[in-house]
Design a binder for this molecule. Structure first.
Ligand code: IVH
Length: 700
């Protein structure tokens, strides 16, 4: 980033400022030099971990700049080192579209998986051997940064991969992320970079010490600490957390002359370019390997030093180095075919199995949950683990009082690996599976082909509540601020008894409960109202039909005009749909033959829910799937009528005013009251003309 000569001259300029403090403005050159000196020392400290001056000296330089900017506010520039510190609190976070969707990665766990990946990549790209670039898989929160004309203009969370939340003010607090980087030196006008915000193990421990000293609960692990920081209201609080960021992927760029940028023609080249511009890219940690054997070796080598690093990683990422080859390989709807994550083996621990709780789920399945002596494992304290079913308990020979070996699969979901019978003392007691539902006391049943015992009383309180929790959940109807706790509370108080009851909730009664002020009631009401417009596939998923996950729900929604059509479909017709097998078809058929369920759907329609497949109604291309659009302000690249036509051609709908029914507001120059109103509503995605065009382009 800085040559030796530059390093020497910036170091000596800093010393000069310290010796002769800069108080009055003599010329702009001096001011720019002071900023450059501060940037240089930030880089030395935060990116290289190799400071050249003391913290006190840095503070003195920083204060000089602050004082000058106070006297001459007109001279403040957005890339000034003082501009990281936000003066105001974040007022909600606007949803913004990514320039390119943020995909996730496919996983591999061993050498065989990596060999398979390599074989497929070679077949698809017709090459004998592929050059790979391997780097750590950082365990934090992913972000996307956009730089335009060398300045950081936007930082966005991953969100649903298509759009995330604008967290620019918070990201500016991370000092290893440059506010300004000379992309123009490479002929780049706009660039989107992906990376991971992390908290180092050291910062995590220091931060938790601070919390406990203040009598506050410590954070669970560095990953939660990082991801929980991104959406904090107070940017200064983000600054206190001492976060860091690794940037590892260029997802999009636009060059000034429209030509490809040579440095970005390989992944390793991108890492080098980012490093040269002052970003913390895994430049030192990466390795290039010709062929897969070197990849396998490096993955295993890195696994053995994982605990010596000052940051958490949960594996390695293997990427095809050449971008031309990456393009050849392309991607599935979830992940690129040119990259794969290599997940490390789970960390393990032993603890005592003290008790079992039997929980009844939404479909009546009774799940035994092991209660354990709390034990720290891969970043979190584990005290209960699902044991799935009776067979699991028998197979693993689990008894109360046993010592058990546990691990977190993929460092996430805790599971019992086995019991340790050699450590038994003779006081252990075998686990008895109940014959009756622990909630409604009705007899439990088990089908011959299944391992699960079920309560088949669909009125069983536990099931009713779990069904409602599922219905309001994020992936189903996404009724924000409703959530599990409120469902349970309203049910216990008799304010809610079934799914249609969600839309008949008495806000008057809720307002009398503790903790429900006007604002939270307004939010709840708005969220319930907004959910009525959710597309049919979310409603179908929300119904909680056994075996119907999100993907099947989408297939089902696309196959009908409206939800009632399923009532007249037999199992054979359902079997004709993509991904619907015998078990699934039977379950769907049963659900829609049930009179009570059909009555519930009619009631939901009367309450205003969307039971029609809006996507199907639109003609031509339907990739915008019935989403609603409105344009405001002056568009500079498109004629308004052409833009509107594009929406309709792609299956979207136009609205004439801003309301909670609006999905996207496309904002041109000099946008006024419509923009303000949309911001207030909060759920509307605000797009620039450029972002709108990208969205259309992605849908082609
Ligand atoms: S590349 C299109 N590289 O892992 C490929 N991802 O499980 C973009 N991650 O969503 C991802 N370290 O948040 C890539 N060196 C690395 C990574 C990395 C961590 C995260 C990222 C991604 C997730 C996928």
């Amino acid at each position: 980033m800085y040559s030796n000569t530059e390093t020497q001259s910036l170091q000596s300029a800093g010393k000069t400022f310290l010796a002769n403090p800069f108080t009055g403005i003599t010329d702009i050159f001096q001011l720019n030099l002071l900023k450059e000196v501060l940037r240089f020392h930030e880089y030395r400290y935060y990116v290289l971990n190799d400071p050249l001056i003391s913290d006190t000296e840095y503070d003195q330089l920083y204060k000089q700049l602050e004082a000058i900017e106070k006297t001459y506010p007109a001279w403040i520039t957005s890339d000034s080192p003082t501009q990281r510190v936000g003066s105001s609190l974040n007022q909600g976070f606007q949803t913004v579209a990514h320039l390119v969707p943020m995909l996730s990665l496919d996983n591999s766990y061993n050498a065989d998986d990596l060999n398979d990946f390599d074989r497929k990549a070679r077949e698809l790209s017709s090459s004998d051997s592929i050059t790979y670039c391997i780097e750590p898989k950082f365990d934090g929160a992913s972000i996307s940064l956009i730089y335009e004309n060398d300045l950081l203009v936007r930082a966005i969370t991953r969100g649903d991969g298509i759009a995330g939340e604008d967290i620019t003010n918070n990201i500016k607090q991370i000092r290893s992320i440059p506010l300004k980087a000379k992309f123009s030196n490479y002929g780049i006008q706009q660039i989107e970079i992906r990376g991971e915000v992390i908290m180092s193990k050291n910062s995590f421990h220091r931060y938790n010490e601070q919390l406990t000293a203040q009598g506050l609960a410590p954070l669970a692990n560095p990953r939660n600490a990082a991801s929980g920081s991104l959406r904090m209201k107070d940017p200064r609080e983000v600054g206190n957390r001492n976060l860091d960021a690794f940037l590892y992927h260029v997802s999009y760029y636009q060059s000034i002359n429209g030509e490809p940028v040579a440095e970005l023609s390989t992944h390793a080249g991108s890492l080098q370019l980012l490093w040269d511009l002052g970003f913390k890219s895994p430049q030192k940690e990466k390795r290039i390997s010709e062929g897969i054997q070197g990849v396998i070796d490096y993955c295993l080598e890195f696994e053995s030093v994982r605990d010596n690093l000052d940051y958490e990683i949960d594996g390695m990422v293997v990427k095809v180095n050449s971008l031309a080859q990456q393009d050849q390989l392309g991607m599935t709807s979830h992940h690129p075919r040119w990259a794969i994550a290599f997940k490390f083996k789970a960390r393990q621990a032993t603890t005592f199995l003290r008790g079992v709780e039997f929980q009844v789920g939404r479909t009546g399945a009774v799940t035994p949950v092991a209660k354990l002596d709390p034990v720290y494992l891969a970043g979190v304290t584990v005290s209960s683990i699902s044991m799935h079913n009776e067979e699991y308990i028998r197979e693993k020979d689990l008894k109360l009082g046993d010592q058990v070996l546990i691990e977190r699969a993929g460092d996430v979901i805790p599971q019992i690996v086995k019991s340790l019978p050699e450590l038994r003392t003779g006081t252990e007691i075998s686990i008895q599976f109940p014959k009756e539902c622990p909630v409604c006391k009705s007899q439990l049943f088990k089908e011959e082909t299944e391992a699960v015992w079920r309560c088949i009383n669909i009125e069983c309180e536990a099931q009713v509540v779990e069904r409602m929790i599922h219905f309001v959940s994020k992936d189903a109807m996404d009724i924000k601020s409703f959530g599990e706790a409120n469902v349970r509370k309203f049910y216990e108080l008799g304010l809610l008894k079934d799914i249609p009851g969600i839309y008949k909730l008495s806000f008057d009664a809720v307002s009398k409960l503790e903790g429900f002020g006007k604002k939270s009631i307004d939010n709840l009401q708005a969220a319930i109202e907004a959910s009525k417009q959710q597309p049919l596939h979310r409603l179908i998923y929300g119904l909680g039909i056994r075996f119907v996950g999100e993907t099947t729900a989408k297939t089902l929604a696309n196959a009908v005009e409206q939800v009632y059509d399923f009532h007249s479909m037999d199992e054979a017709a359902l079997l004709g749909l993509e991904d619907v097998g015998v078990k699934v078809a039977k379950s769907i058929h049963q659900f829609f033959q049930n009179e009570q369920n059909m009555q519930m759907l009619h009631e939901l329609e009367e309450l205003g829910l969307q039971i029609k497949n809006t996507k199907k109604e639109s003609s031509g291309k339907d990739s915008l799937g019935g989403q609603t659009f409105l344009f405001t302000g002056t568009l500079t690249r498109l004629k308004r009528s052409d833009a509107e036509q594009m929406v309709e051609d792609n299956g979207g709908k136009l609205l004439s005013g801003v309301s909670s029914k609006l999905n996207y507001l496309v904002v041109g120059e000099d946008a006024g009251s419509k923009l303000e109103k949309a911001k207030k509503i909060g759920s509307i995605r605000i797009l620039s003309e450029e972002e709108f065009l990208n969205l259309i382009e992605q849908n082609q």
